[in-house]
Ligand binder design. Structure first.
Ligand SMILES: [Zn+2]
Length: 415
């Protein structure tokens, strides 16, 4: 019993005028070698202009190799020489493209690419590299290729609301700003840096993919001045919402500053950092007891804490009265004599319009949490990324919902 060569050609995706000449198991190298040839009178599309049915001009070419999916537990390679055509349309002599791989110089077959791309969604690249026995640089090249191709055909014409987030390739290094479609919760653009220039890059990206800056009606950002300027300059029709979690983060930092200063003279405050920062509902029994004991007393920290709770409450008020309540809070803050809290009140006053915009837009960057947590998880598993370009490619892969142009392996259709 043996497999017919035609069946093998089908299984290996080798169409006419290509054919399998030989299939050999190399016992020494422990690999399967598939030697592919082409019919001498076969016709090929010109790889320059795409004109079909060009005859072979010559075959002066060295042997090429592509790694294919494993044969059982053994690596499998396709070997072939590539003919050249002299095109009757564009009149150039070109090496033909092969149907089983992208470009002539690509080292892997389309199905091998598909395997790597599928695994890359869940596994760090260095783990895939070990598993598959290839250097990870070569595998990153696959990811970059398909991500770039997919970005090229990305359609952003529907985008009207943008949310933002940031991350870094390694802790504290190489910041990347992530712009997302706040409606569909999809990454639309990820780019280096975080300043006005970064926003301009986003605008240009949007506009080269069918979107338009004037269509953007709402954006949600943090309060960094360069970012605000970037959005005002590049998206003049967008109402800015300042991320309420960023506001809360600021006041938490202020509460903590008050506590740190006060605990030097107040022993009761030792080891209480988290009870002031967490929401009450998230405290354990002991922390809750400690908070109950301290929160209504004369401590400055307790006062700062009460101010924080009130500010959080503001976001639960109906839109009709919340802006007035926030004004009251600002006045309270400005007069409270706790320096860090006064600063928060000043900050809120300065950014008042964008903060109350939340009551209309309901936008916050926490809505994008699902995508963010996937990106964070990938970063943790990979223990950071060697290059910022790798991080960006990964962000697109995980959060971009891109349409990738590689074949779907048949095994994924069985389940
Ligand atoms: Zn041509």
């Amino acid at each position: 019993m043996f497999i017919e060569i035609e069946e093998l050609e089908k299984a290996f995706h080798i169409p006419e005028p290509w054919y399998i000449d030989q299939c050999k198991f190399n016992d020494e190298l422990q690999q399967l070698d598939v030697f592919v040839k082409f019919r001498k009178r076969g016709l090929f599309a010109c790889s320059g202009c795409g004109t079909e049915n060009q005859p072979v001009y010559d075959t002066a070419d060295e042997n090429r190799t592509w790694r294919h999916l494993n044969f059982l537990e053994y690596p499998c390679y396709i070997h072939a020489e590539l003919p050249r055509t002299k095109c009757n349309h564009c009149n150039t002599i070109k090496r033909v493209n092969v149907p089983w791989a992208i470009k002539q110089r690509h080292n892997f077959t389309l199905y091998f690419d598909a395997l790597i791309m599928t695994m890359a969604k869940d596994m760090p690249m260095n783990a895939i590299a070990r598993f598959i026995g290839e250097h990870d640089t070569r595998l990153w090249r696959i990811l970059h290729y398909y991500v770039e191709q997919a970005i090229e055909v990305q359609d952003l014409s529907h985008v009207t609301k943008i949310g933002t987030d940031e991350t870094s390739s390694k802790k504290g290094h190489n910041y990347v700003t992530i712009f997302m479609d706040a409606d569909q919760k999809v990454v639309i653009c990820a780019t280096k840096g975080k300043n006005a220039e970064t926003v301009k890059v986003c605008k240009e990206h949007l506009e080269t993919h069918g979107g338009h800056a004037d269509n953007i009606k709402e954006v949600c950002i943090d309060m960094s001045p360069a970012f605000i300027k970037g959005f005002e300059d590049n998206f003049p029709h967008a109402a800015i919402t300042f991320d309420k979690f960023h506001v809360i983060k600021n006041i938490n930092e202020a509460v903590d500053e008050v506590r740190r200063k006060e605990q030097k003279t107040c022993a009761d405050l030792k080891h209480t950092r988290y009870i002031w920062l967490k929401n009450e509902i998230n405290l354990n029994e002991e922390q809750k007891k400690s908070l109950d004991k301290l929160k209504d007393c004369e401590l400055q920290t307790a006062k700062a804490y009460r101010m924080k709770v009130c500010l959080q409450e503001v976001f639960r008020y109906p839109a009709s009265i919340a802006p007035m309540v926030l004004q009251d809070w600002i006045q309270w803050g400005l007069r409270c004599r706790l320096e860090p809290m006064v600063e928060v009140a000043q900050m809120i006053q300065k950014h008042y319009k964008g903060i109350v915009q939340w009551f209309t837009s309901q936008l916050n960057n926490g809505l994008l949490e699902g995508v963010n947590s996937l990106i964070q998880a990938a970063k943790r598993k990979a223990r950071g990324y060697r290059s910022v370009d790798n991080l960006i490619a990964m962000i697109y892969l995980i959060g971009g919902k891109l349409k990738f142009n590689y074949p779907t392996p048949k095994w994924t259709l069985r389940s």
